[in-house]
Design a protein around this ligand. Structure first.
Ligand code: ZN
Length: 181
């Protein structure tokens, strides 16, 4: 199965499910982290959550820098929790590997602090303000609680987004495609 076929696409109940905290960082979890990173890079995404691969556990991977000059800079966050979300709200055009072909305007707090375990079991803290990392952290952590980007839209925006998504799907959009001409 290719990485792009591996990714769960909406609508799918697994994208609306509260995921279970990870109790032990064992080989299964380490393998899943590698598969998530491989699929994220293959799809040109900046983040991926475990339920997007059909695994209903609280793990997300993020790399907001990999396309830049700094090379790959992956983060693996296990049982991540947003401990602060404040600052002026900002609207960003967001895409999602589970909604190929669309970009939607989502408003979120501009500053977040997140605590999570890394693959070594160390408790890490991440802080981001006014950047893609701040958006990506919130977007991916939403996924492990069964929330997707379209859930942040007004009813009217959501109807328009789902119509655009259906059209993009019919036109053959694949994970990583963020808009269709
Ligand atoms: Zn997503």
């Amino acid at each position: 199965m290719s990485a792009l076929e591996d990714i769960v696409r909406a609508p799918d109940g697994r994208l609306k499910t509260e995921c279970a905290p990870i109790e032990a960082i064992d080989e299964r979890i380490k393998r899943l982290a590698r598969r998530m990173l491989d699929d994220m890079y293959a799809a040109d995404g900046c983040g991926l959550a475990a339920p997007q691969l059909g695994e209903l556990v609280q793990m997300v991977v993020i790399d907001v820098d990999y396309s830049g000059p700094s090379g790959k800079n992956p983060y693996v966050l296990i049982n991540p929790k947003i401990v602060v979300a404040d600052g002026e709200e900002r609207e960003t055009g967001e895409g999602c590997l589970s909604f190929p072909g669309i970009t939607v305007p989502v408003r979120r707090p501009s500053h977040v602090v997140v605590q999570a375990l890394n693959l070594d079991g160390d408790l890490m803290q991440y802080e981001a303000r006014d950047n893609l990392m701040a958006v990506c952290l919130q977007h991916e952590i939403d996924h492990i609680h069964g929330v997707t980007m379209v859930d942040h839209l007004s009813a009217g925006q959501r109807i328009a987004a789902m119509r655009a998504y259906q059209e993009a799907t019919a036109a053959g959009a694949r994970p990583g495609d963020v808009s269709v001409d």
